[in-house]
Design a protein around this ligand. Structure first.
Ligand code: ADP
Ligand code: MG
Ligand code: MG
Length: 885
């Protein structure tokens, strides 16, 4: 680690955009923008390696850093012709955080550093603007005291508020130079009385104080929570960027703003952003003043009074248009930019690939292919499969009755229904208790993010499209309405008032984030569909995908949804789900509670036609695509009657004695049902159950083949097999039933018998088991339970702690434990294929819809993944990305 500091400025830079790991995203892109000739104030980046070293050394700086920083500072001084700490001609800098991955607002930044009682006079003289100089100084004292000296910012806000009140001022711009001078005196006195020592006047102390604070902010609570949520490793560290200040607060030809090169919510190709005249960067995001639209089109569509930047500063706007065109051409992606205008000159302060909603991601990717900026394959790589989840959830039905209570900005799309809650902690608690909540707040800040995460949607009464709430909600995929200005929250009274109405905490509201509307009550929702940009991207994904994607589905509705979302078959039809229907469960219980084979057969004859009809529907919808049907799997236990009412229903249906039925239910009770009488063990002990199911499958397949002219391909799957012998016995019976039905119907059909691999023994003895199986389907829910010896249904109590302590990187029931369970899958694959080269391999646990697990399945060379119908598009895209990677 010899080079710890990388300079940029005047069109040159030591680093570039490829060096994000070392320089952080902000630093790398500042260097890159310099290199491509954009106007960027000069500065330097202290590397993320220094951050790691800083912590390794117990919060101290590595040797040699001081000299490198001094040299880089001298370079800035030379470029701008000012001196750091020079009383007559002071250089001021910002000290900014910047990690590899963008973590908006999570860490700290200090602006206007280098101001003290002497340099502020120099700045005043030089700029010929005393008001500006002291406005900058008071901002600096507040920020530095908050970030570095860890004093509460309320202290400063209170001083300013009371100063305004005493002097009868209503807004900050009413304050003149002498007012800010007086405020500065008060601020400094407050710092001194809080700390027992004066505000630091030495600019070098200021600089090192700020650098340390930025490094320390890597480990503040907000940053830690954000990292956990976005899987950002703590080991990455943050870089520190020190950069010459440019001033947006120098008067009416100065401004500051943030913008996206395209609309981050819809993806439309429209420059989109907000700005403030005579302000510094923080003001736009902090919600202190309400920012204005940059373009005229945007201003008009928002119905805003006042001028857009396009109208107020037309020349600078033209500079900005040129710059954002250059940026998109160079980065070939939508950019999120920060800029400042100092007396009519534009300066770029940040660019990064903009965060966007899934809808925008799709539109931008598809549009950029049409614009020739990127290829189809790049487009496929641009969309995060997990984010598609946002589009696969309900939206408000077009014809639904809408009782509008408030309107704000459409900050993040999608719709949700939930109970009103005002407090983020309470939101988290209620969500844990299984409630759907909607967080309603004046505005949000980084401290609220746990509560935002726990909420189904977020509503704020203040703030714009780039406010904290809006940005974070889009990132999390939560619908959000921001700046619903009519809402008045009275948290203490537990109500919010809006246009003469009062809504209490706990009342149900609906949020339409796409329209920016808050509606009363639970509004009717509509199911999503695959069309437009989404469909286009899916076609490109399918071109490169190797893994097949099937669905876990058994009801006609689910099977149809799966088909519409592009499933290439059913990977898991759980026949037991069909047993729970109200009109069947009595017959199922009769079968289970029966003490004799005759009794069971009698009950099964009642179930057979219903079961056959289920399969007819599935086969018909799937039109010749493969359908894997799992024979009865769950512990009998799950079907036992739960109440006296249940028992009476069975008694009525069978004429059996209630007391005897109760006794029988007690006999069937199991101590450890998940490892008990279930899966193929049922088939072994009660052969008539599987025989009935096999008969229903064959009869249905032949009926559909005759009716549709296209024969389905049933794949009959035996669950929970541990030994070859189990499978052999059961397969022989299935074959025998098949023979019988085919002979009776006078028609041959193709079918397969295979097994699930969900016990470690089955994986280990896959060579033997493959002798009986045409396919293996990895039932990774059970395989995870049985490999780890952890019950999925009970893991909630400790899994969080396990993940927190890094024992598991992720919950193994969500993302496959690749090193453990994954090894068993590979062993089963190799041993199984050694016996039978064309053994078909798939996965049908929850993991089949998890992008990281799908990547594993691609690498492991499985043939297909199967997941819930709504995850089919996610799996298609994830499989394509895995194939491309
Ligand atoms: P964040 O990552 O929270 O956006 P930044 O480091 O980007 O923090 O800085 C916060 C604000 O200060 C931004 O609006 C940014 O544009 C502004 N800013 C940072 N450095 C400078 C500078 N050298 N001159 C003027 N404004 C700056
Ligand atoms: Mg920034
Ligand atoms: Mg299972």
């Amino acid at each position: 680690m010899s080079k710890m500091v990388y300079s940029f400025g005047a069109g040159l830079a030591d680093g570039d955009a490829s060096m994000k790991n070392l320089l952080g995203g902000k630093g790398a892109n500042l260097a890159e923008m310099n290199k491509i000739g954009l106007p960027v104030p000069p500065g330097f980046t202290i590397t993320t390696e220094v951050c790691t070293a800083f912590y390794a050394l117990g919060q101290a700086y590595p040797e040699g850093l001081d000299a490198q920083v001094q040299a880089a500072m001298a370079q800035i001084e030379a470029t701008v012709g000012k001196g750091f700490g020079d009383a007559a001609n002071p250089l001021l800098v910002s000290v900014r955080s910047g990690a590899r991955a963008s973590m908006p607002g999570m860490m700290d930044t200090v602006l206007n550093l280098g101001l003290n009682d002497q340099t502020v006079e120099g700045l005043a003289a030089q700029s010929d603007n005393r008001r500006f100089a002291f406005d900058s100084y008071r901002r600096f004292i507040q920020m530095y005291s908050n970030v570095v000296l860890e004093l509460d910012h309320h202290m400063f806000e209170d001083i300013l508020e009371s100063y305004k009140e005493v002097n009868d001022y209503s807004i900050d711009t009413d304050l003149q130079a002498e007012d800010w001078e007086k405020v500065v005196v008060k601020y400094k006195a407050a710092v001194e009385s809080a700390l027992g020592k004066p505000f630091p006047q030495n600019v070098h102390d200021q600089l090192w104080g700020a650098v340390g604070a930025v490094f320390r902010s890597w480990k503040n609570d907000r940053a830690e929570f954000y990292r956990k949520m976005h899987d950002i490793p703590e080991s990455w560290g943050t870089a520190v960027n020190v950069q010459a200040m440019v001033f947006g607060n120098m008067g009416e030809t100065s401004a500051t703003g943030v913008a996206f090169t395209r609309n981050p919510s819809t993806g439309e190709r429209l420059f989109y952003g907000e700005y403030l005249i005579n302000a510094q960067g923080e003001d736009v995001v902090a919600g202190i003043r309400t920012p204005k639209s940059i373009t005229k089109v945007q201003r008009e569509s928002m119905g805003e009074a006042g001028l857009s930047m396009e109208e107020a500063l037309p020349e600078v706007f033209q500079q900005l248009v040129t710059v954002y065109g250059q940026l998109e051409g160079h980065y070939r992606d939508m950019q999120d930019i920060e800029f400042t205008v100092e007396r009519g000159k534009l300066w770029m302060l940040q660019t990064r690939n903009g965060k966007r909603t899934a809808k925008a991601a799709l539109k931008i990717a598809v549009d950029m292919v049409a614009e020739g900026l990127i290829t189809e394959q790049e487009a496929v790589m641009r969309v995060d499969p997990a984010a598609l989840d946002q589009l696969l959830h309900p939206t408000i039905a077009p014809g639904a009755k809408r009782d509008l209570i408030a309107v704000g900005l459409p900050a993040s799309p999608g719709a949700a229904v939930g109970e009103v809650v005002f407090d983020p902690d309470e939101a988290e608690e209620l969500a844990k208790a299984g409630k759907s909540v909607i967080l309603v707040r004046e505005e949000t800040s980084p401290e609220d993010i746990h509560g935002m995460h726990a909420s189904r949607a977020i509503v704020t009464s203040r703030g714009g499209m780039t406010s904290h709430a809006a940005v974070v909600a889009r990132g999390m995929g939560r619908p959000c309405v921001s700046g619903a200005g009519d809402i008045r929250i009275d948290e203490e009274a537990g109500i919010f008032k809006v246009r003469g109405r009062e809504i209490r905490k706990g009342e149900v509201i609906s949020v339409d984030g796409s329209k920016g509307e808050v509606l009363y009550g639970a509004v009717e929702m509509e199911q999503p569909e695959l069309s437009g940009d989404f469909a286009a991207l899916m076609i490109w994904a399918d071109k490169v995908r190797r893994l097949k994607v099937r669905a876990n589905a058994e009801t006609p509705l689910d099977v149809r949804t799966a088909r519409e979302f592009g499933a290439e078959g059913v990977g898991l039809c759980r026949t037991e789900h069909m047993f729970f229907d109200a009109d069947r469960i009595a017959a199922v219980r009769e079968m289970i509670l029966s003490e004799t084979k005759v009794g069971r057969v009698l009950a099964l004859t009642k179930i057979l036609p219903m079961q056959r009809q289920d399969f007819v529907e599935i086969f018909t919808i799937m039109k010749g695509l493969p359908c894997t049907i799992r024979l009865l799997d769950p512990p009998l236990h799950e079907f036992l009657p739960n109440s006296m009412e249940d028992v009476e229903a069975v008694a009525a249906a069978t004429g059996l004695d209630k007391a005897r039925l109760l006794e029988r239910a007690k006999e069937l009770h199991e101590v450890n049902p998940m490892l008990g009488h279930r899966g193929c063990r049922l088939g072994i002990t009660y052969p008539e159950i599987y025989e009935m199911q096999a008969r229903a499958i064959f009869e249905a397949a032949i009926a559909v083949a005759k009716a549709e002219g296209e024969a389905p391909v049933p794949e009959i799957m035996i669950p929970l097999v541990a030994t070859e012998k189990e499978l052999q016995i059961l397969k022989d019976r299935v074959d025998a039933v098949g023979r019988e039905v085919m002979d009776a119907e006078g028609m041959e059909i193709v079918y397969m018998v295979g097994t699930m691999i969900e016990l470690p023994r089955a994986a280990l003895k896959a060579d033997e088991i493959a002798r009986q199986a045409a396919f293996f389907s990895f039932g990774t829910n059970d395989l995870t339970q049985t490999t780890l010896g952890i019950s999925r249904d009970d893991s909630g109590r400790f899994m969080g702690t396990y993940v927190d302590q890094g024992i598991f990187e992720k919950d193994p029931f969500v993302t496959l434990d690749q090193s453990g369970v994954g090894d068993l899958i590979k062993i089963a694959r190799d041993r199984g294929r050694a016996t039978k080269a064309d053994l078909k391999l798939g996965i049908c646990g929850e993991h089949g819809g998890d992008p990281a697990s799908i990547t594993f399945c691609e690498k492991a060379g499985l043939d297909y993944v199967s997941c819930s119908p709504y995850r089919v598009p996610i799996a298609r895209l994830a499989a394509a990305q895995a194939a491309l990677a």
